[in-house]
Each structure stands twice: as structure tokens, then as C-alpha cells.
Design a protein around this ligand. Structure first.
Ligand code: ZN
Length: 384
């Protein structure tokens, strides 16, 4: 199974949505040029210098807040978005508003915050730069006196970051040619800006992105499921590919990735830079989900999972205890994989210390695999 380069377009769209890189011509085509007529003086950038951003309205957000966020006025927002004129006084969550921004903060993101002991509503609101009232409204079912471990919905509101650069944007092919027409691209809206710094064993995570909840998988602990933008996209795309290719409809549990800012993450040695993800191997139908018995693992599905990550193209290693690799190899054979594919994919039957195969021995990885995603080529601070 190969998945052609259908990743490229969604990724670029993600950048655009996040950072408003629509070229001036496209902005005009969107009818935004008319906005220049709005009789509002511009103290900072001239209209031509502004950045076009699409802002997705979050629940309970107000027009005043949106205007403040981008250094524009409510009048301007109304001039640029017909929907606001058609329905005055209405602002619905999920609406995409066009903004010619003077200031471009990172996009607001929906995350799952897990309460730690000693946290207060006020502190959590302040930490994410949101009104405390909104925090309560997003979490109506949650008692005022919460306990550690309580999960809260938060729409973060990052402040502008100076000199946040978009280093490389791959060119868009607007014709869509070469995107592999036979593949149904699944578009994952992954926030840009999550970057790995340093190595997996000694590193950190800047602008971390939390793996969102999904019907493709289950996230065991959201507070441990932060990765680079690249990693989060790879996980979602590979698992979507796995589901399509295998038809496996059982539970797939995602364990540790990294902490929100990366760094030391006990008891793991790695998992520090947002590039490592533990995935519990798929179980046979009817097996006890907590079982450690290798006989309860659906090795055919496990091979499809490994294959999907390899096909995705950016799995540097997939760690699996050597004692389990024979079962994986047999499943690959049953699936009709070629000898060449298997040799490239799996270390076994070569010794557990050889530098062969994407699937490598690592002690203790008996019922889960640990995928390490490669550094993106354009990120110099990410180290292998
Ligand atoms: Zn691990």
C-alpha cells in the first residue's frame, strides 16, 4: 500500500488557515478588496501590509474580543463579513470570519486541560488567556469545586508572538494534479507552529499541539498527548490509513506522546520532543483490553498499523520487543507483503542489535509499539 502525496495540500491549507498566508490576489478574489473602502484610519500597517486571516469563532466569543485580538475594529469586521450584516447581533461558534489583521496571534485551539491538584478556575483561565466566565460556560457540567484529574474544555487564546516565522511553505498545486485521485484525502486541521527542539531523549516541544479526540482512536491521557504539528498530523493520517486498509473497527488506544512543553517525562527516557508516540497493539475481538497475552493481539491488524506508519513515509523507528517481532513478520507474510518489503520493515530474524528494519527491538514494548516520527527536513532545531 502506498499513499501518494495527498498530504501536501491539506498541510499547506493548514498553514494558510493558521497564519493567513493567502496571497494578495487571492484575498481580492475573496472580495476583501472592498474592505479598503471601510472608512477607518489605520494607525499601524497600511491596508496592503495587513495579513488576511480566517478566524474561526469559538463558543461565547464576542466581536469585540475578535476585533481586539487582530487589532481591527468591529466596524471593519462587519464590512469584511457579509454574514455579520445579514444577521446583526448574531455570532455563532464555528463561523469563519475574514480578517485583515494588523496583529496575527497564533490561532485559538480547543484543548483538553486536565486539572492538577491546587488549580483554580481563575488560574486556568489566566494561563490560557480566556475569561473565567467562558471557562465555566464551556464546562457547564463541571462542579465549581473540581478535583485533580477533572477534564476541562479550553479554547486557548495565545497572545501574539514576536518574530514567529513561517519558514517554508511548499507551493500549492491548485489544479490538484498529482494528488492521487484514487485516494480519498482526509483533511486534518492541525495547528501549525508545534516544533520539536533537541533530541527525543533530551529535548523539548515548542508550541505543542494536543492530539485531538477522534473516532479513529482513543487518547488515554490528553495531558500526555502533545506533539509537534508534524507528529500530530502523521499520527492522524497513518491511523486513518490503517483503518481504511485493515477494516479494523476495534479500539485503538494512544498512550504517551509528550507533555505540553516536552522535556523530562518519567518513567520514559525519550518522549521529550513531541516525536514519540506509544500505541497499544490492536486486540482480537472479544479479548480482554487489559490482557498482556501476545495471543490476544490481532497481529494481522498490528501489521496493517505498522505498514500504515511506514507508508506514511516519516516513521524513523517503530519499537517493538524482539520477542514479538516473529508474530508481526508472520502477519506480514499472511498479508502478502514481499520479501523486500518485510526485510525493510522488520528487524527480525536478524539479531536484535542490528541496524536493520524500521521495526526495532526495544525492551518492554510487548503489547504496544512506540513510533518515532522523523524530524521534518526544514526544522533545523529538531535533532535525531
Ligand atoms: Zn514509548
Amino acid at each position: 500500500m502506498t499513499r501518494p502525496t495527498n498530504r501536501r495540500l491539506p498541510r499547506v491549507l493548514g498553514w494558510i488557515l493558521a497564519y493567513g498566508l493567502l496571497p494578495a490576489a487571492a484575498a481580492q478574489a475573496e472580495g476583501l478588496a472592498a474592505a479598503n473602502d471601510a472608512a477607518t484610519p489605520d494607525p499601524g500597517k497600511s491596508a496592503a501590509e495587513r495579513t488576511v486571516v480566517e478566524h474561526r469563532v469559538v463558543p461565547y466569543e464576542t466581536l469585540d474580543e475578535i476585533a481586539d485580538r487582530y487589532g481591527v475594529t468591529v466596524k471593519e469586521l462587519e464590512a469584511w463579513n457579509k454574514v455579520l450584516k445579514r444577521q446583526p447581533g448574531t455570532l455563532k461558534a464555528g463561523w469563519e470570519l475574514k480578517v485583515r489583521a494588523r496583529v496575527v496571534p497564533p490561532p485559538r485551539r480547543k484543548i483538553t486541560y486536565v486539572v492538577r491538584s491546587g488549580d483554580t478556575w481563575q488560574e486556568i483561565a489566566a494561563k490560557h488567556n480566556v475569561p473565567e466566565g467562558d471557562l465555566h460556560r464551556w464546562n457547564r457540567g463541571v462542579a465549581r469545586q473540581f478535583k485533580a484529574g477533572q477534564k476541562l474544555v479550553v479554547y486557548t487564546n495565545p497572545r501574539p508572538v514576536a518574530a514567529r516565522k513561517v519558514a517554508s511553505v511548499e507551493p500549492i498545486d491548485p489544479s490538484g494534479e498529482g494528488l492521487g485521485v484514487s485516494v480519498t484525502p482526509r483533511v486534518f486541521d492541525v495547528p501549525a507552529g508545534g516544533v520539536s527542539i533537541g533530541t527525543p531523549n533530551r529535548g523539548r516541544l515548542s508550541g505543542g499541539v494536543q492530539l485531538p479526540e477522534s473516532d479513529l482512536y482513543k487518547v488515554r491521557r490528553p495531558e500526555e498527548a502533545w506533539g509537534s504539528s508534524h507528529t500530530i498530523r502523521e499520527i492522524q493520517e497513518a491511523i486513518a490509513g490503517f483503518r481504511d486498509a485493515s477494516g479494523f473497527d476495534g479500539e485503538l488506544v494512544i498512550g504517551a506522546i509528550s507533555l505540553e512543553h516536552g522535556g523530562r517525562f518519567r518513567p520514559h527516557r525519550s518522549h521529550q520532543s513531541g516525536r514519540d508516540v506509544d500505541i497499544r497493539l490492536p486486540k482480537r475481538r472479544g479479548a480482554d483490553p487489559k490482557s498482556n497475552d501476545p495471543g490476544d493481539i490481532d497481529w494481522d491488524a498490528a501489521w496493517k498499523l505498522v505498514e500504515a506508519f511506514i507508508a506514511q513515509g516519516d516513521a524513523e523507528y517503530i519499537f517493538l520487543d524482539y520477542s514479538r517481532q516473529r508474530r508481526l513478520l508472520e502477519a506480514a507474510k499472511r498479508a502478502g507483503a514481499s520479501a523486500d518489503t518485510i526485510e525493510k520493515a522488520i528487524q527480525y530474524p536478524r539479531s536484535r542489535s542490528t541496524n536493520n528494519g524500521v521495526v526495532r527491538h526495544a525492551e518492554g514494548h510487548l503489547i504496544h509499539i512506540h513510533v518515532r516520527v522523523q524530524c521534518p527536513r526544514d526544522q533545523a532545531r529538531c535533532e535525531s
